[in-house]
Design a protein around this ligand. Structure first.
Ligand SMILES: [Zn+2]
Length: 170
């Protein structure tokens, strides 16, 4: 099912939008690529523990997540990570504190628009477990979990489940 009802250029209803990726109008020349959106996620660690957030908004409200979010236009991935950390947790982190881990694709349905993301993962070791939530509208609470006690089923997004499973749950 398409999330466009009409061609945004000529209002025609004759178009193809296969897999919600390449929109092509059959009546005018309009073409639109619903490209992959880049996002960042930060894995804070302290000794053998990993910091998770509990989502307070859909999709996946109540499930475990990581601090992070979409990259804004003209930002680097590291700048986006530092900005999101500041907004969500009130912590100032420098781009050099972030260690690149890997990337993983995700699906993100928001208000009926099916976004496809490429999530970029960084690790950031902390010197204590003292962290608190700044963005209480987005995050219910923070949970530190020892690597051995992480239940992957409680993680909402498949990209995060995959990376935590592969890199932090041996
Ligand atoms: Zn058109």
């Amino acid at each position: 099912m398409s999330f466009f009802t009409y061609c945004p250029n000529c209002k025609s209803t004759h178009f193809t939008f296969e897999n919600n990726f390449r929109f092509q109008c059959n009546d005018c020349d309009f073409v639109y690529y619903h490209n992959i959106a880049a996002a960042v996620a930060v894995i804070f660690t302290f000794e053998e523990a990993v910091l998770f957030t509990v989502r307070n908004v859909d999709p996946d409200k109540g499930k475990l997540d990581l601090p992070g979010g979409f990259i804004d236009p003209k930002e680097t991935a590291e700048e986006a990570a530092c900005r999101e950390i500041k907004e969500e947790l009130g912590i100032t982190v420098s781009t050099q504190d972030l260690r690149y881990i890997t990337t993983s694709p995700n699906d993100y349905l928001y208000k009926n628009v099916p976004y496809r993301t490429m999530d970029i993962f960084y690790e950031c070791p902390l010197v204590s477990k003292t962290v608190s939530v700044t963005a209480k509208d987005e995050i219910q609470e923070l949970i530190w979990l020892n690597k051995k006690e992480i239940n992957l089923e409680r993680i909402g997004f498949k990209s995060i489940r995959k990376v935590i499973g592969e890199f932090y749950c041996q």
